[in-house]
Design a protein around this ligand. Structure first.
Ligand code: UDP
Length: 233
């Protein structure tokens, strides 16, 4: 059974694929899945992206570094939304960030992470890595290492890692397991190389899974084989 898990969700889980904004029904599904998963007593950290609001590349006409900062602020918006949705369901949670000073956000320190876990709270890491030129996948790998996670779960709408885009190619095949070397060499777009490299050097396995098949996240935490496992040989 996993003790500490970092869940990475892309911003689009809050809007629906290809849509923008926040759909409260999607928020409710996320909260339900988290609620179930917490019954295993896992210490859960969450990094949520901002693709439902804006991505740096979409706003790059304002200059890529400024666009990235706008993107990072988007992750704070989603994090505070998730905090509210979790609390509404009676789940203790805290948002930690190094880039923002708001009444609902606490400063990210290692003591704050440990305190929250001792109080059985979910820790939502907002603001990406705090630096432009990165992605929230890399932020997820970084925070996973900082919270001593024994697993990083990337929750998506696809049931694992494929050799090609399964929506475009009917002959795309799904991997059950991949080493970090294979994932990096295959140039997979499911996560960026920096995220794979960080997890590899800290021996944190990654599971890429379909977060929207109900009960899947709980199954992953119970050790059932769901999605694609990326691991150190
Ligand atoms: N971003 C950044 N630094 C970080 C994390 C994110 O500059 O450490 C910016 C970047 O512009 C990115 C945007 O925030 O495009 C939103 O993150 P991401 O695209 O990873 O969101 P997701 O695709 O997971 O919804």
């Amino acid at each position: 059974m996993y003790k500490r898990v970092l869940l990475k969700l892309s911003g689009e889980v809050l809007s629906g694929e290809g849509k923008k904004g926040i759909d409260y029904k999607m928020g409710e599904i996320i909260v339900d899945e988290i609620y179930q998963a917490l019954q295993t007593n896992v210490k859960l950290g969450i990094v949520i992206g901002a693709g439902n609001l804006f991505r740096g590349e979409e706003l790059s006409y304002v200059g890529s570094i400024n666009a990235d900062q706008i993107g990072m602020l988007g992750t704070v918006i989603n994090s505070i939304y998730l905090l509210s949705a979790l609390k509404k369901r009676g789940i203790g949670a805290v948002v930690l960030s190094k880039i923002i000073d708001l009444p609902s956000v606490e400063t990210l320190t290692y003591d704050a992470i440990e305190r929250a876990f001792e109080e059985n709270k979910v820790v939502i890491f907002a603001g990406g890595t705090s630096n432009p030129l990165f992605t929230t996948d890399t932020a997820a790998a970084l925070r996973a290492a900082e919270m001593n996670a024994d697993l990083l779960v990337k929750g998506t709408k696809v049931d694992g890692v494929y050799s090609k885009d399964p929506k475009k190619y009917i002959d795309a095949s799904r991997f059950e397991r991949l080493t970090f070397e294979e994932a990096i060499n295959l140039n997979l777009t499911v996560m960026d190389t920096a995220a794979f490299a960080l997890c590899k050097s800290h021996s944190i396995p990654i599971i890429v899974m379909d977060f929207f098949t109900r009960g899947n996240f709980l199954k992953v935490l119970k050790g059932e084989q769901i999605g694609t496992l990326i691991f150190n040989k």
